[in-house]
Every structure is written in C-alpha cells, then in structure tokens.
Design a binder for this molecule. Structure first.
Ligand code: AMP
Ligand code: MG
Length: 491
C-alpha cells in the first residue's frame, strides 16, 4: 500500500485575532501570484526560533512565501491605517503588504506573518503593490542587524524573488519580503479609527491593543491613559537605543511608528559614520525633519497624534482628557533623557550615577562632532584605550576629557576590566555601515551575486565582538562618501 501524499507541514500555527476587529480595519485580500517564485535568502535561525519547520520551508516554501499558495490556516488581509507623512495627514493602508495571519510560537508568542510586495490591495492607490529586490534585501539586512544589536525590531524570515520585473526608474528584479512583527498596530491605525469618527471603532482598537500588547493594563482604573503612557515609555526607550547606535530611521511618519515599540519600516534608514547631530541621508527628507538629532522630538510629535486619537476614551470631559494626556506626554522628555543617560553610562563603562555624567557624555559628543570622529570607532576605541591617531585623539580638549573620564571611572568600585566588559557589551564593533550595505545590494541586484550580502549579514549578526568574520566591516567609508550618500524609500 502506498502512503497518501501529505501536504507539507511548514509548522505554522495560525490564529488570526485581527479578523475579530470591526471589518473597517481591513480588507480580505489574497496575495497575487508571481511568475517564478524562488527562495533567495532564508533566515534559518528565526524559523527555528518561531517553531517552524525550517528545512521544509527553505526547500518547499517559496511558492507560499511569494504568495502563490496559501499556508493552511492563513486568512490573508490588507490592514487599513492612516498616517501623517512628513506632517501631512493621509489615509493609507497596506498598499503592497498582505498579512498572512498571526502565528503562535511554541511559547505562545503571537506574531504577524506579513508579505511585503505581495501585490495590489484596495489601498494601493496608484502603486503596483510590488517591491524591488534591493529594498527588500535592505530591510532584511538592517532589521536583522537591529535585532542583533539588541534593539526591538520587526524581523525578516526570508526574501523570495518573483521572476518578474518591477518598474521604477529602471526595470528591477521583483522580490517579496516575509516580515515578522509583534504586530502591525501603528499610531496610524489609531488615526484611521479616529478619522472614521466612530467611538466604537476606537474602543475596539484600544481594547484589542491592550489585550495583545499590554494585558496588565486591563485592571487599571484608567486603562486607555495607561495605554498612552505605556506607548510613550516604549518609544522613549526605543529612541534612546536608536540614538545610542547612531541609527537614523529616515521616515518617522506616524504610519511607521509601531504601538508595541518595535522599529518598523526600513526604507531610507542609515547609520552614522561621522558623528553629526544634523545628519540626514534620505533623499526625500528635504528639510531634515527626520534628521538624526531630531528623532526624539519627532517621536514625541507622533505620540501627540496618538494622544489626540485617545482623548475621547481617556475622559468624557474633553478638557480633563487633554489635561491628563498632556501630563503623560510631558513625561516623554524626562523618560527619554533617563533612558539615554543610563545607556550612555554603559557606553562609558559607568556602573553608578553621578550628577555630572550628562555633561561628561554631552561634551564627548560635542568633541566628536567638532573633530568629525567616527561615532562607532570612537566608542569602541574607548573600550580598549586604543585610539588611531585621529583628529579627535590629537585634540587637547579630548585629552582633557579623557582625564575627566578616567577620574570618573576611578571613583567607582568596579575594576577597569569590569568597565571594559560593560563597554564592549554595548558599543558595537560592527554596524551595517552605508557603504558596505550599498555594495552588498549592488552586487545582489546587478550581478546576481549574494556573497557580499551573506558576508555582511554574518558580520552584523555578531555586532559586539571583534572577530575575523566582522573585522573587514569595521572600516569607515572613504572621506566624502557620506557627503554624497543618499537613501531612498524603496517603494
Ligand atoms: P512607506 O513609505 O513604505 O511607509 O509606505 C507608505 C504607503 O505607501 C503605505 O500605505 C504603503 O502600503 C504604500 N506603498 C508603498 N509602496 C507601494 C507600492 N509599490 N504599491 C502600492 N502601495 C505602496
Ligand atoms: Mg510604512
């Protein structure tokens, strides 16, 4: 007797809670099939972490992960949301992303499994619903780097190619990214509900969000105010991490701010090489709205937009609601400053707090800016006390600063060795530097060669160690590279 052919078991365990929200929050939409689905990059470690059958997915999953077939239990939808894009309000929604469903991991974590570039939806407007290979590889690389660096982030399970061209300024190979996220609830999702002017929609969304991300708040006297406060706290924490690593998101529109505090939407993002508070790389950010140093204030701007949507839930008396929301929003700057300073203390090897620590950190950054120091190198050099003879190192003011820092270190009980270990655990040797990222993407897209991409991916997956593997990727770009460097949205 022959065995019946069983459908492949990919290990997904879908449980699609979003569908219980009012139907205005989404449209049912299957991905559009592509000509020739093929697996290009597959994240074995993440597949294992999620309890998926990595080997089966890698060998037989391409047709599913490119959207030609549906996994058992998937109920695909495009999500509705709105957003302030560079300050202007628009109704948006998933124009090229399709949520396959929510996967429950073996330890009961609920994660969105989304395909980006999966075809047109009811929210596509004039877009083609597709994505080009370069930007999808870029998101894969940088989201995985952020995760490895310890920053909350959406993850990337794989990139498949479609065998079709997408037309931007030129014909480019098409691709689909499988993104994994704690959820895709955004500030813009709340703005969408508020714009519908339907109180029941907002309550449904807020309750759903609390259940999914902040279940402890259910028992609070003021759960919706507590929701606002929790989101403010997570964003303050996230922004401090971005700033400490020199990450520039590039397009902090309210539709690109995740409610649960993950970094989401890797479009024109970049990392600082030389430290400069006003650094901007995005080609569309003409006024520097989302410049490196503006990011915390832009996060607060977005949180004010979130607060506006929640006012009616916070108190039926509008004045009272505004007063309460205002008080919560006012905490953002102090929360951020606290997270930032405690992170900076670690970067400087400090275990305890002294009043002058803020000034010590600020003056170091000022010196880095004046002497055009490489941000990542400078902190890593402090870990080892081994400076290349750079302008920063030669500056007498920096020698002074070193004196103050050494004196500060000597006032704590921990040994120099302990300080160095602390510093090495938070100051990366490797970040995805712009010149290496671009080089890897160029080779993948134009020469069909993934070796540079894979080598860079391996290096950024272990960002806090010095090793033969990541040694070549510590190199700063040639002088002038960053002055001309521009990033693009990749839409
Ligand atoms: P983003 O800049 O990636 O945050 O995208 C902003 C909005 O544009 C979102 O609603 C996207 O779904 C939509 N969008 C981006 N690219 C495309 C595309 N190629 N086709 C359709 N919609 C798109
Ligand atoms: Mg977006």
């Amino acid at each position: 007797m022959t065995n019946p052919i069983m459908p492949a078991d990919f290990g997904f365990n879908f449980d699609n809670s979003y569908l219980a929200l009012p139907a205005t929050f989404y449209q049912k939409q299957a991905p559009s099939p592509v000509q020739e689905p093929a697996m290009l990059v597959f994240n074995q470690a993440l597949a294992n972490e999620l309890g998926l059958n990595a080997a089966t997915l890698a060998s037989q999953g391409a047709a599913y992960l490119a959207g030609n077939k549906l996994f058992a239990g998937s109920e695909p939808i495009a999500q509705a949301y709105a957003g302030h894009q560079f300050g202007h309000f628009n109704r948006l929604g998933d124009g090229r992303a399709i949520l396959l469903g929510e996967h429950l991991t073996p330890n009961q974590q609920r994660l969105d499994i989304q395909l980006k570039g999966a075809g047109r939806t009811g929210y596509s407007r004039s877009g083609d619903g597709r994505a080009a290979l370069g930007p999808m590889l870029r998101e894969y690389l940088i989201s995985e780097a952020m995760h490895a660096l310890g920053v909350p982030s959406t993850r990337s399970l794989c990139v498949t190619t479609s065998g079709e061209a997408v037309y931007r300024e030129e014909a480019l190979p098409g691709a689909i990214l499988c993104r994994v996220a704690a959820s895709h609830l955004r500030v813009g999702t709340f703005q969408y509900a508020a714009a519908e002017q339907n109180h029941a929609l907002l309550i449904a969304l807020a309750d759903y969000t609390i259940d999914r991300h902040f279940p402890d708040l259910r028992a609070q006297a003021q759960p919706y105010l507590a929701l606002l406060e929790s989101v403010i706290d997570r964003q303050a924490q996230l922004l401090a991490q971005w700033m400490q690593l020199g990450f520039i998101h590039g397009v902090m529109n309210t539709d690109n701010m995740s409610i649960c505090g993950e970094t989401i939407d890797y479009g024109p993002c970049a990392f600082l090489n030389r430290y400069h508070a006003e650094a901007v790389f995005s080609s569309i950010d003409k006024n520097g709205r989302y410049a490196y140093g503006n990011q915390p204030q832009m996060a607060l701007w977005n949180l004010v937009r979130l607060a506006e949507t929640l006012l009616a839930l916070i108190d039926t008396n509008q004045e009272k609601a505004i007063e309460l929301a205002h008080a919560s929003l006012e905490n953002f700057n102090a929360l951020y400053a606290n997270y930032w300073l405690s992170g900076m203390r670690k970067k400087l090897g400090l275990f305890n707090a002294e009043d002058d620590d803020q000034a010590l950190a600020d003056s170091l950054l000022q010196l880095m800016q004046t002497h055009q120091a490489d941000y990542t190198h400078a902190f890593r050099a402090l870990c080892h006390g081994a400076f290349k003879p750079s302008a920063l190192y030669k500056a007498p003011e920096f020698r002074n600063w070193m004196g103050l820092w050494h004196a500060r270190l000597s006032r704590q009980s921990q040994s120099g060795e302990e300080s160095m270990q602390l510093m090495q655990s938070v100051n990366p040797t490797v970040i995805p530097r712009n010149h290496f990222v671009e080089d890897a993407l160029q080779q993948a897209v134009y020469a069909n060669d993934l070796s540079a991409f894979q080598a860079l991916l391996a290096a950024i997956s272990q960002p806090y160690i010095a090793s033969d593997l990541n040694d070549p990727y510590q190199q700063a770009p040639k002088a002038g590279f960053d002055d001309a460097y521009k990033t693009f949205c990749g839409t």
